[in-house]
Design a protein around this ligand. Structure first.
Ligand code: B12
Length: 308
């Protein structure tokens, strides 16, 4: 990759990045896309209708950015320290500002700087996607040489682990880059599969309908079956925190301060009004969770029984 782009991206908070020409990975991309198609056909996306609606665009990136020739994928680590405890907890990625916005802005600045500062950037057109378009982000991260897909379905970077966000930028030029694929280092380890208390994970496959992250963040209204959320009120990290590749980042970094939108005081949360909740979560990634669903999660996090 252009060393100037690597420097720019590092200065903007992306320690890992890679570019790959679309034509060089066409067959491999097709294998990933067909897995996606099977996953949707099996209904494993639950009620996330946007995933089935975006099927054609995921199969064909040209529909997302006509004329796409290469793809830049980047990783941005987030704090690997736990937020709360077994009684009441949030997924780690929620601690901090809304990653969609922060990454969009940082990638926008990076691309503009690259255009201005490097011959490679001349005449470049691009589209930034951070969980905002019908894009197979993990697939692009793999094809750009940033890691492998673990048995828990997360992208694992050999040094950074899986507590990372992925950003993708579609580009209108070829660069002749085809990064070395990173070997799958999961080996015989199955800690993540065993750690999932609801049986949502089988080897490299996740059934969202059982997943605590899906149930707390994406599922609207009452649950159909009894469920114990294992203390989680939003998101879930159980399949990540047992991963050996995540212990190094935890040791290397200081705990991050708790964002004001992540209240851990159970009594205060039980009494919280809808207006209070809305004010608290405004502008954060938690705004995905509507008030009645947050209250549902709060009530079910240890109970093991649906109230409906
Ligand atoms: C829908 C979604 C969810 C759903 C479904 C998750 C899932 N496993 O599919 C739910 C709500 C459950 C969810 C939960 C979480 N999510 Co989410 N989610 C997404 C989203 C929007 C789409 C994912 C998707 O398409 N899933 C369908 C499956 C079939 O596709 P896939 O997992 O991407 O797998 C593809 C490839 O990896 C490849 N593949 C997978 N395994 C293998 C094996 C082989 C042999 C081969 C050849 C290919 C291959 O094929 C698949 C199809 O292309 C992405 C953003 C995006 N646009 O990509 C974020 C994203 C995947 N989520 C993210 C995060 C952070 C999470 C959580 C950690 C949040 C939390 N703490 O609660 C959890 C993790 C749960 C888990 N174990 O996956 C990050 C993941 C970063 C990473 N390191 O991988 C993403 C990339 C968002 C981002 N921009 O950073 N998520």
């Amino acid at each position: 990759m252009d060393p100037r782009l690597t420097e720019i991206l590092q200065s903007e908070g992306f320690p890992a990045a890679g570019i790959v020409d679309v034509v060089a990975v066409r067959d491999e991309y097709a294998r990933h896309a067909s897995r996606y198609g099977r996953w949707i056909a099996d209904g494993k996306h639950g009620e996330m209708g946007y995933l089935s609606r975006g099927l054609d665009r995921r199969m064909n990136p040209d529909l997302v950015f006509p004329g796409v020739k290469s793809v830049l994928a980047v990783l941005r680590p987030y704090s690997p320290h736990p937020v709360g405890d077994e009684r009441l907890r949030y997924a780690r990625y929620l601690n901090g500002p809304d990653y969609h916005e922060v990454m969009q802005e940082a990638l926008g600045r990076s691309m503009e700087r690259w255009k201005a500062e490097s011959a490679y950037g001349a005449g470049l057109e691009y589209k930034i996607c951070v969980d905002t378009s019908a894009v197979l982000e993990r697939t692009w991260a793999v094809l750009a040489g940033l890691g492998w897909i673990g048995k828990n379905t997360l992208l694992i970077h050999p040094q950074l682990g899986s507590y990372v966000f992925i950003g993708v930028v579609f580009l209108n030029r070829e660069f002749g880059f085809r990064p070395e694929p990173v070997k799958d280092y999961c080996g015989p380890c199955e800690r993540c599969l065993k750690a999932c208390p609801v049986g949502a994970l089988t080897d490299h496959d996740l059934d969202s309908r059982k997943c605590i992250s899906y149930l707390t963040l994406e599922k609207r209204g009452p649950f159909e079956k009894e469920v114990d959320l294992h203390g989680y009120v939003a998101g879930c990290d159980l399949c990540q925190e047992v991963c050996p590749y995540n212990t190094k980042p935890v040791r290397r970094t200081e705990p991050a301060p708790l964002s004001s939108h992540l209240v851990l005081d159970e009594a205060a949360l039980v009494l919280e009004s809808e207006d209070g909740y809305r004010a608290r979560i405004r502008g954060s990634s938690l705004s995905r969770v509507k008030f009645p669903d947050f209250k549902r999660n709060l009530a079910l996090r240890r109970s093991g029984a649906s109230k409906e």
